[in-house]
Design a protein. Sequence first.
Length: 258
Amino acid sequence: MGKLGKKRILLKIGSNVLTKETNHMSRGKIEDIACQIADLKEEYEFVIVTSGAIAVAKQFVQLESNGKEINVKQALASIGQPHLMRIYQESFRELGLLTSQCLLSYSDFKKEESRTNIKNTINVLVENSYIPIINENDTVATDEIKFGDNDKLSALTAALLNVDLLIIATNTNGIYTKESMNSEKVKTIRETFDIQLLRDQIQTSVSLHGTGGMSTKIEASEIAQNASIETWIVNGLNDNFVVNAMNNKSEFTKIKVK
C-alpha cells in the first residue's frame, strides 16, 4: 500500500508490446499506457519496468560487430535508452504525469545496502508523484539481454517494494492451456495459484523482439507469489489493457497467492 492508502502496481511492459509486434517503437502504445495511469492515479500509484531500449535503437542504427553479439546489444541499449525515456517523458508529460529513470542490475538486489537504496529512492519518487521507469542497466549486465527480458527484474522489484499487484503486459491473453494451443481457438487459464500447472502448459518459446517467453513470466510470478504478491499476465497489445483487466472486461491469467 502506498501513500494515502493508494494501492501500488508494478507494471512490466515487454518489447513486443511497445513495438506492437512491429519493427518500430509505438508512441501510441506508450500514450495508451499514460492515459490509463492518468485515469487510475486517484486510486493507484505505478512503478514501471520497461523493455524496449534495444528495439528503439534498431530502428535507426546498425552497428558493426566485433564478433560478440552481446557487446553489440549492450551498445544498442546504450543508444536506445535515452530515446526510449524521451518518448515516455513526452507522452506522460502531456497528461500531467512526471517520470524518472532508474537503471538497475540483478547484482543490485544481492547487496543489502543497494536494496535499501533502491527501495528508499523509489519510495521518495513515488511519494512526490513521480513514476519510476526502470530498465536493466544493459551496458554493464548481460543477464536480461540473454534471458529474462526484464520479467525477473520486475518480480524482484515488486518483491523489494512489497507492491500490491504485479502486472506483466505481453502479447497474448495470458497463459493458454496446452490442449487449446493445438486447436482453432486458444483457451486462457483464467486463475490459479499452481505454478507447476502453468509450467506444464507452456511450450518453450522466445518472443520476437524480446528475449523472454512465457516461461520467464511464470518464473517471475513465482518470485512474486513467494513475496505474497498476485501476478496478472495480460495482453498489452490491446488498448486500455490495465483498466479492462481491473474491470474483468478482458481475458487474462491471474496467478494468485497461496
